[in-house]
Structures are given as structure tokens and as C-alpha cells.
Design a protein around this ligand. Sequence first.
Ligand SMILES: [Zn+2]
Length: 480
Amino acid sequence: MFHVCQVNSDRDRLRLLSDLAGDAEHTAWRLHGTGRFVAPPIAGATILPPGDRVEVRFDDGRAVILTEVELTPQGPPTLEVRNIGQLVRFDAAGRFEAVPDAVVRIRRDRIVSAGPRAEFSMAAPGARVLDAGGAVVTAGLVDPHTHPVFAGERAREFALRKAGATYAEIQAAGGGILSTMRATRAAGPEALFEGGVRRLLRMARFGVTSVEGKTGYDLTVEGELGLLRVLGRLSARCAVEVSPTLLAAHLVPPEFAADRDAWVRLITDELIPRSRELAVAVDVFCEDNAFSLAETVRILEAAVAAGLQARAHAGQFHSLGAVAEAARLGALSVDHLEEVTDAELDELARAGRTVAVLLPGAALTLGLPMPSGRRFLDRGVPVAVGTDCNPGTSMTENLPLAGTLACLQAGLTVEETWDALTRTAARAAGLPGRGNPVAGAPADLVIWDFAHYGHLPYHFGVPHVRTLLRGGLEVQLESE
Ligand SMILES: [Zn+2]
């Protein structure tokens, strides 16, 4: 876990200096804001940026190297969020709770304790107090399905489609995923990183602190590995944590049109083994014009054999059988599921591990029927909701809006929507421990600008974050 500091105020400088004077060698220090590394002026010290470590040299000769070390919440709280009108959390059985008049205590980047004020009548001595002003406080939102690293955009194609052109016509005219692939290949890692920074910052403004993020727009071996490295850099340097997924099986690249099996072999024999240190999961787009069920199974079995997690885009247009196979392989998630049979849902419920991820932004964009979240929940399948943020079929960073669509169009209750945007989304993203503000969890919290938790899906389309805490520190949400 990391500290996340935007060092652009005197207060933050003081906090940073107190960190340095204390147990700096056990403190990881990341700087963000718009995601850039910022070397802040510190009186009497020179900061040598950066790399994966930060060195601070004091004029008196001391030097401190800050590296990434897991912090445990021992010792007194350093921050206390008080006057919380409703604290949204989930009990051990996963039941939704809105605890009135609550307090959250934080030590550095972890929650130490959280609960009704009666249990915390005295403010913890020495802790900074953040007054929530009677507002709702929740865990930071988790987006379990995003494609955040790409170049270019497809607004022109959108206009053509709305004027009546079919997807096939657009693809024949050089549009679709291939146009994003060409732009991405031409962009280079710096431009891709900068684009990712902008998207993640927009997500943070809507209350998101963690996302699952996929590759899939380069579709060469070195390029896909490069995209995984960009995702890793984004996670290390931005306010939003990224759980990286290899999606080399997004589309068969044009170079392999005559020998698609060669691309599948490159994925299973070269990309997956080389992704072990860079990715958490491997995803496959199982669909008529993408990858068959047999190819999907080969790729996901290779992922599991390499110690990576599996997930699949399944049932967006057709039910090809990937859902049951993903459940059998213990996949983290199966995503889309506009087309899914009751038998497949029962398979998921029985297997008990795999989360169904609804992507209502994609259904909205493509004019497909909303995936029936109510039906999934009623059959015992855990449900999360993601943006599917991507340039073709869901161009949005607004996760709460996806929650509103799930609530209004897919039949989720407001309480189930919160679960789908936090606790269960974290499970789908491969980020256990996120999404529920309980003792020991990372101090990723949102203080919202409303007093009842129903407000988030109800008042849709606009940002509602008053304060975003990532790893116990306030995130600077404005651009520089
Ligand atoms: Zn997707």
C-alpha cells in the first residue's frame, strides 16, 4: 500500500515532513494530482525524482529513500473522519448497512476502526479531524471493467452510426476497433500514459479509487506488454489504483487474419508467460467476430496454468458457452451477459466465485437490451457494475451513471447498486479488501455531497464527490 500525496499546500508539506521525520523508510510516497510526478519544494531538502523510488536529501546530509512497503495500522490514528451522516458498509454476511452518525479512524493508509459515534465518543488524541458535515461516506468506488489506455477517439464514427451507417460499413471504412488499434500503435507509451492519466482523473472525480484496466488496442506481442507497463505506471503514479488485465484476445489482429491460430498460440505460449509479473488477469472477448469458445478456453486455461486470474467478455451478442467455462475455471468475472441462459446463471451461482459484471453503458450505446441484473441476483449470482470505458461502445468515465442505469434499467435496488459499485466490484476487479470501509481495509473513502445514500443513483450524470481519500490522503481532483 502507498501513501498518496498531492504536495501542493503547506498542510501537505507539513504532513510529508512529519512522515519523513517519522518512519519514512517504511512509508511509500507517491505523488499525483493529474498523475504526474511532482517534486515539491521542501525547506532544507532536495528531492531527486523519480523512478520507482524517491530520494530526499536534506541539507544537513541526511538522505531518505522512500520505497514501497506495506503498512499495517499499528499505533494511534492519524486521521479521524467524524460527523458522518450515513456510513455505507457491508457486514460479514455481505448485508448492506447505512450506519447513522458514524466515525472512521485511519492510521496512515489503513482504516483502524469504523462504526457509530457512540463507540468513539472521544476524538483520538493527535489525529487530524475531517468533518464530514453530516454527509454520506462510503468506500471509494471500484470500476471492475475499463479499457483506459488507447489513443484517438471515434466521435466521427459515432456520428456516422447515428446517421444510419451499420457497424459492418464502419468497419469496412476502416473504423471500429481497428482504427483505435492503429492510433494506439502509433502513439507511443508517453502519449498513452498521458491519455490514461486524464481518464483516471475523470474517474476519480466521480468517486472511483480503483479500477480493473485492460490492454487490447495494440495487438502485437511487444505492444500488449507495453500497454501492461503503462497500466502499471498509471497505478503507481495516479490517484486511482489499476488492476491490470491482458486482453490480447480482444480481436484477431489483421496481420493474423489468414492464420488466427498463430495469434492464439502467441498469446498462450509467449504473451501469457511474459505477463506474469505485469498482469493480474487475462481476458478474452468470446464472440462470433472475435474468439470462439474453444479458443477462449485454450487462452483462459493457459492463464490459470500461469498463475493468472481469468475473466471473459461473454454473451454480449450471442451466448457461446463461455460463461460456464469461466465458472469452471474460477474466473474473477464474466462481463456483459446481455445474452445468457438460466442454466448458465445457475452454473455461476453453483460455482460461487465468478462475478457477473453488468456494463449498461455499452448496452445503452449499442441499443441492446439492458442485461437483466435482477434475474442474476434472484438466481444467486453476485453482480457488479462497470463503465466499460472504451472509445467504441461506451465512452464514459462516469461509474455512478452506470450505477443509475443498473438501478433504473436492470432492476437493482439502490442498496444492491452500492454493493455492485464497491464490495462486489472489488471482488470482480481482483482487488480483495477494497470496497468496504471496515477495520484493516485501505483508507480509500468518499465524502459525498449528499445526506442519503439514495442520492447517487437518483441524481445522475453529475459529480458528487466532496472529498476523495486514497490511502488516507486527500486526492487533488482539479487539473493543474
Ligand atoms: Zn469491455
